[in-house]
Design a protein around this ligand. Structure first.
Ligand SMILES: Cc1ncc(COP(=O)(O)O)c(C=O)c1O
Length: 236
């Protein structure tokens, strides 16, 4: 971190005002880190992106975006337990917060069967929040095989995946491995929202904790989506 910080200081970057949806070089690099350089939605320019104030800001804007524009039920399913602030942030966005099973206290592990059963029991087209890696507060993540089955259940229910990735690189030490779930869902033809936080993995070189909300959608809708995100950023 200290070396990275030194490099940035030596590069003598400008301190220009960032546009409404952020600094393009930064958002481009963040997209690559999350989706992977060979990602189809990235090379096909199908991702609408905006910088936000930290991961919390991304979640708040993501919630507001869905409350305003998602055509299905205005409810989001979060795991039990989840990061303490999810409930408040999504409620404040105007979404109803529902729960799905996640942690099994007896095994100190994932309640995989309970989770999949709850996903299957959700009304069709439900919004589901998934911790991409290093689940907070339990630290318990699905295995890659389990993610494949979770993606199948999400797809079968026509649900809308909303990823929160606040710890990319912290679960396995490998940023690509930690992005497995997000990238697998995309390979499966799903169009997730992603909130990406750099507050922990780059804390000392991202002093403003500038974070992103990324919405991955089908081709020509990208610009429309970006315009709507932009409007939300300026309070329109
Ligand atoms: C799962 C999860 N999402 C989002 C956040 C919020 O990130 P930030 O500190 O960038 O607002 C946290 C912070 O602890 C978190 O654990």
């Amino acid at each position: 971190m200290k070396q990275a910080e030194k490099k940035i200081i030596e590069a003598n970057l400008d301190k220009e005002y960032a546009g409404i949806t952020g600094v393009p070089n930064f958002t481009k690099a963040a997209l690559k880190l999350a989706y992977g350089a060979d990602s189809a939605p990235l090379s096909e320019d199908r991702i609408a992106v905006t910088q936000t104030i930290s991961g919390t800001g991304a979640l708040r804007i993501g919630g507001a975006f869905l409350e305003r524009h998602y055509p299905g039920a205005k409810a989001i399913y979060i795991p039990t337990p989840s990061w303490a602030n999810h409930n408040a942030v999504f409620k404040d966005s105007g979404l109803k917060v529902e729960k799905y099973r996640y942690y099994n206290k007896d095994t100190i592990g994932l309640d995989f069967d309970g989770m999949v059963a709850d996903i299957k029991a959700m009304p069709k087209g439900s919004i589901i929040l998934l911790h991409a890696c290093a689940h907070n507060p339990t630290g318990v993540d699905p295995t890659e095989d389990q993610w494949v089955k979770i993606a199948d259940a999400v797809k079968a229910g026509d649900h809308f995946p909303f990823f929160d990735m606040a710890y990319q690189g912290f679960a396995s030490g490998d940023t690509n491995k930690d992005a497995f779930a997000l990238r697998h869902f995309i390979k499966e033809g799903l169009y997730p929202v992603l909130c990406q936080s750099f507050a922990k993995n780059m804390v000392s070189i991202a002093p403003l904790k500038v974070l992103l909300l990324l919405t991955s959608i089908s081709g020509s809708l990208r610009r429309a989506c970006w315009c709507l995100l932009r409007r939300l950023r300026i309070g329109g």
